[in-house]
Design a protein around this ligand. Structure first.
Ligand SMILES: Nc1ncnc2c1ncn2[C@@H]1O[C@H](COP(=O)(O)OP(=O)(O)OP(=O)(O)O)[C@@H](O)[C@H]1O
Length: 239
């Protein structure tokens, strides 16, 4: 069974005097090692869909399986455990904790999962940060880093528990073009080198065109689901 995400007829309606439909009847299956862009106009439900797939919100109707688990049957604790072990998150704003060092921020998901010793957590955080080009920054606080560096720390934190799926909401949205390209390259490597599945919400159609698949939303609905050629051919010539 290679599908990591299986959503069927997902709908999310916010109850209100006039109910607001955020996501409407979306069915989609995402396999291991896919690099998926989620695009659509502002307010089309991209973040809402990502939050449902990331178990940060619950659908009003429809079903969702993550890594083969029917999440509707799980207790709150089991959902949290599945989220910690299976899903990593990168947001537009890094949400690093300012009072902790870079290394400590990356250790937080490992502490929550509780599978590694202190020494193992420290070593893994160091390795991840090194692999993301942050070797000289592990003992700094987030406010001592550039925006691009902070976002790379956020990627390291997302990978802390080695989840098969990384969900990113406008991961390059607040970065300059050079940092944006670096973060994009890292996401690309997560898929094509480390074998992760990455779903990224983006307004940047240039970036979306370089991903392997594009889910396009309009008014909460999945309007199109297009696959592109994968691998080097879809990457920019000058890297
Ligand atoms: N808590 C809320 N209360 C009322 N309306 C909401 C709430 N959250 C989202 N919405 C509305 O639901 C729709 C979908 O929002 P969502 O943030 O998922 O869209 P989006 O495609 O990610 O937008 P953007 O590109 O602007 O970030 C929007 O019309 C938004 O205004």
């Amino acid at each position: 069974m290679s599908a990591l995400i299986e959503a069927e007829h997902l709908t999310r309606i916010l109850p209100a005097v006039v109910p607001v439909t955020l996501v409407k009847d979306i069915s989609v299956t995402v396999a291991a090692r896919e690099f998926v862009a989620i695009t659509g106009p502002s307010g089309s439900g991209k973040s809402s869909l990502l939050y449902l797939l990331g178990l940060l919100d619950r659908p009003s109707s429809g079903s969702l399986r993550i890594a083969g688990e029917d999440v509707s049957t799980l207790s709150e604790d089991a959902r949290a455990a599945l989220r910690l072990s299976t899903l990593g998150f990168v947001f537009q704003f890094h949400f690093l904790l300012p009072e902790f060092t870079v290394r400590e921020n990356v250790e937080i998901p490992m502490r929550r999962l509780g599978r590694l010793s202190r020494r193992q957590m420290r070593a893994r955080a160091g390795e991840l940060l090194e692999s993301l080009g942050l070797v000289g920054h592990v003992d700094k606080r987030p406010d001592q880093l550039s925006g691009g560096q902070r976002q790379r720390v956020a990627v390291a934190r997302a990978l802390a528990n080695d989840p098969p799926i990384v969900l990113a909401d406008e991961p390059t949205g607040s970065l300059d073009s050079k940092s944006s390209e670096q973060v994009f390259q890292i996401l690309d490597e997560l898929v094509h080198v480390r074998g992760k599945t990455v779903l990224a919400v983006t307004h940047d159609i240039g970036l979306a065109d370089r991903m392997d698949r594009r889910l396009h939303l309009v008014d909460g609905r999945l309007e199109s689901d297009e696959r592109r050629s994968t691998g080097a051919a879809s990457r920019p010539e000058n890297g």
